[in-house]
Design a protein around this ligand. Structure first.
Ligand SMILES: Nc1ncnc2c1ncn2[C@@H]1O[C@H](COP(=O)(O)OP(=O)(O)OP(=O)(O)O)[C@@H](O)[C@H]1O
Ligand SMILES: [Mg+2]
Length: 153
């Protein structure tokens, strides 16, 4: 029940949390341990890479491609869902999002992950490290990540 106001007691009920804290307090460690222990499939997006790749749609897709390509375990099943989107290329060793494809959007990717999770009675975790970097993706022709996340709720 999504809007139950009571404090949540099981991990399955938790969603869309931000982990905030002073530098080096252990935010990443906590998230990685949680993601690993939870057994849920997940991707870990390091938004700091945007400063290297550029704050563009192309860069975000490059980060996503790299991250999905890392997840060998269980990727095949997830790839079956993602490949329904035009612009998603599945190769033997990696998965590629083609940023030039107009049909491809971050929300279309999230939708397929959600479909996968529902069909398999699980949750797909999208962990964004240094999420404050995402705000620079906003602007004309760019991506407003907050709106995309809001769309999924
Ligand atoms: N609870 C903990 N147990 C063991 N080691 C920890 C713990 N919390 C932090 N550390 C250690 O402190 C360092 C910083 O942790 P981590 O990278 O998880 O923090 P962070 O809050 O994400 O840091 P940053 O603000 O730089 O992003 C790590 O190298 C880790 O080894
Ligand atoms: Mg950190």
């Amino acid at each position: 029940m999504l809007f139950d106001p009571a404090p949540k007691e099981t991990r399955k009920e938790l969603f869309d949390r931000m982990v905030l804290g002073v530098r080096r307090i252990g935010k990443n460690s906590l998230l990685k341990v949680f993601a690993g222990e939870s057994g849920f499939p997940y991707v870990f997006i390091d938004a700091r890479k945007l400063s290297e790749y550029g704050y563009s749609k192309m860069s975000l897709y490059k980060i996503l491609s790299e991250e999905f390509s890392k997840r060998k375990r269980g990727l095949e099943k997830i790839a079956d869902y993602l490949k329904k989107i035009r612009g998603v290329g599945i190769f033997e060793t990696h998965l590629e999002f083609d940023w030039r494809e107009k049909e491809l959007s971050v929300s279309s990717i999230f939708e397929k992950l959600e479909e996968y999770a529902e069909d398999n009675d699980t949750s797909f975790l999208i962990i964004v490290d240094e999420a404050q970097e995402m705000r620079y993706l906003r602007g004309h022709g760019k991506i407003d990540f907050r709106k995309i996340i809001a769309l999924q709720l």
